[in-house]
Write a protein that binds this ligand. Sequence first.
Ligand SMILES: [Zn+2]
Length: 306
Amino acid sequence: MIGAWRCRAAIVCAALALCAAAARPAPAVAQQSGILELRFLDVGQGDAILIRNGGKTVLVDAGETDAIAARLRQLRVDTIGLAVASHNDNDHIGGMDAVLRALPVRYYLDNGFPRTTSIQRTVLELVRDRGVTYLQAGPRTIEVGDARIRVLPSPVAGRSVAQNDHSVALILERGAFRALFTGDSERRELAALVRQNEVPDVDVFKAPHHGSRTGILGAFLARARPEVIVISVALGNPFGHPHAEALAAYQTPGRTVLRTGQDGDVVVTVDSFGCYEVRTARSGPTVLARGGPATSPARRQHEKRP
Ligand SMILES: [Zn+2]
């Protein structure tokens, strides 16, 4: 599906109409009717991903600071159906308390890892006090309008395992479109997901752990085969992210690699067939990558693997 813009012949007329809708500039604030918006927010060093579809809103991680609440208001988010903490490090849930105070949140899902930090305790107290329904990550599918999110709890067990390898992975699907987020997973979790045959062929992949070398696994990338990789990372961060080894692994011909720190918000719009387009705050209306429902024999063959 690399470089593809192929809509199935049987649905080509309708698909083209919808793809034309998707071709309009990404909205500055509110989402377009009929279009799923997947927005990787530029929150500095951390993750925050906003998914909106059919009037439903999902927030995956909330960055490190309370600034996320103002960003969400700017984007006209007034309710969050589901908030997910991929794991409980500060750069992922540091702003979650502000979100819970600022907005009604219906469900909160995390990795169920024991309370270890003050921010985690604060967030879970707010979840309880505000009547938010707590969900521990288990294999489940959550409907988001006509899209769905498949929850993949970390296959790595044991309390001695670092938070990063306890990251909850999510697969977002709409039509033929798929995106994969694995929090700050490192090789141990990535390898376990590969062993369990949990890694699908995807269109968009959020680089694990802000482009750290610890999040590179050739076997994982060979399975996921993303056309677009988004690295959520601050410019000039003290960790040296993204590492050169990660960029070398990610930057292959036909693939688009974007970084929130230098590109601003990365916005993927997806129509009901799975036709998608990618823009950034920096690119404005210019489409940086696009793809369509998979028709390539390579992808179909890949999906038939046991
Ligand atoms: Zn992180």
